[in-house]
Design a protein around this ligand. Sequence first.
Ligand code: SF4
Ligand code: SF4
Length: 72
Amino acid sequence: MRIQYIQQNCTQCSLCVQHCPTGAIQFDYKNRKLIFDQVYLCVECVSCVYACPFKAMVLQDAYKFDVSKVNE
Ligand code: SF4
Ligand code: SF4
């Protein structure tokens, strides 16, 4: 079970952050963007996947928080 962030689908609604029990995803409210600095805290509970209304957090087999394109 792996989770991939698809930035182009994200509306920065912050629902995933509110549902994450570990603080693995955080939200920069000033700049309105997700922060993945603490992503090592992820326990793959998939709450963020279910919380996201826009399919910006999805399950993937091959990726675990592929955030390589976040700042492109
Ligand atoms: S899978 Fe769970 S622990 Fe990991 S970022 Fe999503 S809500 Fe947080
Ligand atoms: S819930 Fe989905 S759309 Fe909202 S901030 Fe998280 S990833 Fe982006």
